[in-house]
Design a protein around this ligand. Structure first.
Ligand SMILES: C[S@@+](CC[C@H](N)C(=O)[O-])C[C@H]1O[C@@H](n2cnc3c(N)ncnc32)[C@H](O)[C@@H]1O
Length: 602
C-alpha cells in the first residue's frame, strides 16, 4: 500500500494581484466555488467515549511516549470479493482513532523526498532476518498477511481463517515473554520456561498456530510479495508531529500488520499517517456499525479518472476496484466520462505538468493563455455534462476529483500574475522572490480543498489547501468577517479529522508546525499581512525564503475559535455549532480585524 501525498515541489499556487480584489468568475468557477466544504461533524450521531487510552498530546510531542498497539472496535471478517477486511463493531465517529500499529521489524527511513519502494523494505527485512532480528513472532505476523495467493490456495484459506485474535495473541505473547523473566525470578522457573509458557499461550483461542507459522525463515520472494502487497510509505514525515517531536521529517516505509488488513476504496473513510515508528489510522467520516473501514492505496492517483485508477490498482495489486466511487463513476452517461477524460487530458500536457512542477520563474499568465483556455473549456464542458445528466452532488464531487488536475491547472494559471513571474519567480514556494503578499481569491484553494476532501480527507494535501484558503482569507478580510470564520472552521476541521483528540494547545502547535514547514512557505502565513507589512517590511521575504518566525503563525487561529474547535475534538458536539458560537464570541469580543490580530503578537 504505497501512499504518499506529495505537494508539488514548488507549492501549489502562484501569486496574482497586489491588494485584494474580488475577481470576476466564470459560471464554471462559480459552480466550483459552490463546492462548500461540509463541516457536518458528528451530526445526529450518538457518540461513545473514545475507546483508547492514547494521550494524543504526548503522542504528537514526545518520541519516548509509547501507548502500545491499539485496535479500535473493529473485527476482521471476510468481505465478498476483497478477501478479509476490517469492519466497525459499533458506530465509529469521524476524528476517532481506528487503530495504532507498530511496524514489523521497525520502519525503513531515509532523507525526506526519498522514494522508498517495497523492495527496499523487503531487502531491509531480509537483512534483519539474517542478523537474527526478525524473530518468530514477526515472521508469524507477516505470514498472517495477504500474500497474493489464489483464493482457494492453502495460504488464502489460512489467511481467511486468521482473526484479529491472532494478531492480539501475538502481541500478548510478546508481552508475556518480556515480562516472564521478571515474574519467573524467585519462583525457580527462569526465562526459558516462562517463554515456553508464553509460547503455549500463543496457541490458545484460534485455529491458527502462530508459533509454527513463524518458524521457517521468510524467503526472499515471499518477503518481496508481502512487502509489495502490504507496505505503506510516504516520502515525507508527519509534518506537524515530527516538528513537535523534535524529529526530522523523513521518508518512511514499513508494514504495520493491523493496518495491512484494511482494504482499499477510492474515497476512503480513514486517513493514515506515521508518527515516528507508529502508524495511526483516523476515521475521517462516520463509519456506521457493520461498515467496512477503508483506506486509499492510490496516493495522488485518487485524483485520476476511473480507468486510470482501475488500471493502476490492477497492475499493482491485481484487483478490479468496485468501490462505491468506482461503481458510481462507471454508471455515468458516456458523455460525462468523456468530459472527465478530456479535462484530465487537457491538463496533462507537458506544459501543464511543468506548471504543476512549478519551475521557479518560468510561467506567466500570458504565455499560458492557450493552456488556460483549453483547460477552462474542458472544465466548463464537464460541469455542463454533469448538469445535463442531472447527477447527484456526491457523484459530481467524485468526478471533479477524477479531473482534479484540470481544476488545479486552471486555478494555478489564474493565480499567476498577468505580467509574468519575473526572475526568481513569484510562484508559490519559489525562493528569493521579493514581491509583497499579493493575495488572490481565497475561494481558489478553498474550492480545491473541497474537491480533495471528498476523496482524501485529512491528507496532507487537504490540510495544505485549507491552510492556504485560511491564509488568503485572513489577509483579504477582517478577522471577524464570516469568510474568515468559515475558512478557520474548515481548516481546523481538516486538522481535527487528522489529529483527533488533542488539546487546544497541541492542535494549535500542530497547525503552526505545518505552516512553518518549508513545503508551505511562500504563501501561508496566518499573520495579519497588512499590519505585518507596515511593521516589518521584510516579512514576505522571510516567508518566501523558508525562514519561519516563531509565533507569527498563530495570530489568526484566534484563541476563541481554536478553543472551541479543539473542544469539539474532545467531545461529541458539532463543529458547526461550536464554530458559530466561537464566531459570535469573536465578533463580540474583538469588534475589528485590527483588534483580532493582537493575540498573536504580530
Ligand atoms: C493489504 S491487503 C488488504 C487485506 C486483504 N484483503 C486480506 O485479506 O488480507 C491488499 C489486498 O486486499 C485485496 N483488496 C484490497 N482492497 C480491495 C478492493 N477494494 N477490491 C478488491 N480487492 C481488494 C487485494 O487482493 C489486495 O491485494
Amino acid at each position: 500500500m504505497q501512499q504518499c501525498w506529495r505537494i508539488p515541489a514548488g507549492g501549489v499556487f502562484g501569486r496574482a494581484e497586489t491588494g485584494h480584489r474580488r475577481p470576476s468568475r466564470s459560471p464554471a468557477l462559480q459552480a466550483f466555488a459552490k463546492l462548500k466544504y461540509k463541516a457536518n461533524i458528528a451530526q445526529n450521531h450518538s457518540r461513545k467515549s473514545a475507546w483508547t487510552n492514547i494521550d494524543y498530546d504526548r503522542l504528537y510531542t514526545q518520541p519516548s511516549y509509547n501507548p502500545g498497539r491499539q485496535l479500535g472496535s473493529v473485527k476482521l471478517q471476510p468481505i465478498p470479493g476483497r478477501g478479509r477486511g476490517l469492519v466497525a463493531q459499533r458506530d465509529i465517529p469521524l476524528a476517532e482513532t481506528v487503530l495504532l500499529s507498530e511496524a514489523v521489524g521497525g520502519v525503513l527511513s531515509g532523507p525526506e523526498g526519498t522514494e522508498l519502494r517495497p523492495q527496499h523494505l523487503a531487502d531491509h527485512l531480509a537483512a534483519l532476518q539474517r542478523a537474527g532480528a526478525l524473530g518468530q513472532p514477526d515472521r508469524a505476523r507477516l505470514r498472517l498477511l495477504y500474500d497474493g495467493s489464489a483464493a482457494d490456495s492453502p495460504m488464502a484459506l489460512r489467511n481467511r481463517a486468521a482473526s484479529l485474535d491472532d494478531f492480539r495473541k501475538l502481541e500478548d505473547k510478546l508481552r508475556r515473554v518480556a515480562e516472564a523473566p521478571k515474574k519467573a525470578k524467585g519462583k525457580g522457573f527462569g526465562a526459558p520456561a516462562a517463554a515456553a509458557a508464553a509460547g503455549a499461550a500463543g496457541q490458545a483461542g484460534s485455529g491458527i498456530d502462530t508459533v509454527t507459522l513463524g518458524e521457517a525463515p521468510l524467503e526472499g520472494e515471499e518477503l518481496s510479495r508481502l512487502a509489495s502487497l502490504n507496505a505503506w510509505g510516504n516520502s515525507f514525515g508527519e509534518l506537524g508531529a515530527s516538528a513537535l517531536r523534535g524529529e526530522a521529517s523523513e521518508a518512511v516505509i514499513g508494514i504495520w500488520p493491523e493496518f495491512a488488513l484494511v482494504n482499499h476504496a477510492c474515497a476512503p473513510n480513514t486517513t493514515a499517517f506515521a508518527v515516528g515508528q507508529r502508524l495511526l489510522l483516523q476515521a475521517v467520516r462516520d463509519i456506521p456499525r457493520g461498515g467496512e473501514v477503508t483506506t486509499s492505496y492510490l496516493a495522488e492517483m485518487a485524483l485520476a479518472p476511473l480507468e486510470r485508477r482501475r488500471e493502476w490498482l490492477r497492475g499493482a495489486y491485481g484487483f478490479e476496484c468496485a468501490c462505491e466511487r468506482c461503481t458510481a463513476e462507471a454508471s455515468v452517461p458516456p458523455a460525462v466520462s468523456a468530459a472527465v477524460d478530456a479535462a484530465y487530458a487537457a491538463a496533462s500536457s507537458e506544459e501543464a505538468r511543468a506548471l504543476a512542477g512549478q519551475a521557479a520563474g518560468r510561467s506567466d499568465r500570458g504565455a499560458l493563455a492557450p493552456l488556460e483556455a483549453a483547460v477552462a473549456a474542458a472544465v466548463e464542458a464537464l460541469e455542463e455534462a454533469m448538469q445535463e445528466a442531472g447527477l447527484e452532488e456526491q457523484l459530481r464531487a467524485w468526478l471533479r476529483a477524477s479531473a482534479y488536475n484540470a481544476y488545479y491547472t486552471r486555478a494555478a494559471i489564474r493565480d499567476l500574475p498577468e505580467g509574468g513571474a519575473g526572475p526568481g519567480g513569484l510562484l508559490f514556494g519559489s525562493r528569493g522572490a521579493t514581491a509583497k503578499a499579493p493575495f488572490s481569491d481565497p475561494e481558489v484553494p478553498a474550492g480545491l480543498a473541497a474537491v480533495v476532501s471528498e476523496v482524501a480527507a485529512g491528507s496532507d494535501l487537504h490540510l495544505f489547501l485549507t491552510l492556504e484558503a485560511l491564509s488568503r482569507s485572513a489577509e483579504a478580510f477582517p478577522r471577524d468577517d464570516p469568510r474568515v470564520v468559515e475558512a478557520t472552521k474548515t481548516c481546523l476541521h481538516a486538522h481535527i479529522l487528522r489529529y483527533g483528540r488533542t488539546s487546544d494547545d497541541v492542535l494549535k502547535q500542530l497547525v503552526q508546525a505545518r505552516i512553518a514547514h518549508p513545503h508551505y512557505l511562500g504563501r501561508i502565513s496566518l499573520a495579519s499581512s497588512q499590519q505585518q507589512q507596515q511593521q516589518e517590511p521584510d516579512s514576505s521575504n522571510a516567508q518566501q525564503s523558508g525562514q519561519s518566525r516563531p509565533g507569527d503563525a498563530g495570530s489568526l487561529v484566534s484563541e476563541p475559535l481554536l478553543g472551541s474547535a479543539a473542544w469539539v475534538a474532545a467531545s461529541p458536539v458539532q463543529l458547526r455549532d461550536a464554530a458559530a458560537a466561537a464566531a459570535a464570541e469573536l465578533a463580540a469580543g474583538m469588534g475589528t480585524g485590527q483588534a483580532a490580530a493582537a493575540p498573536g503578537g504580530v
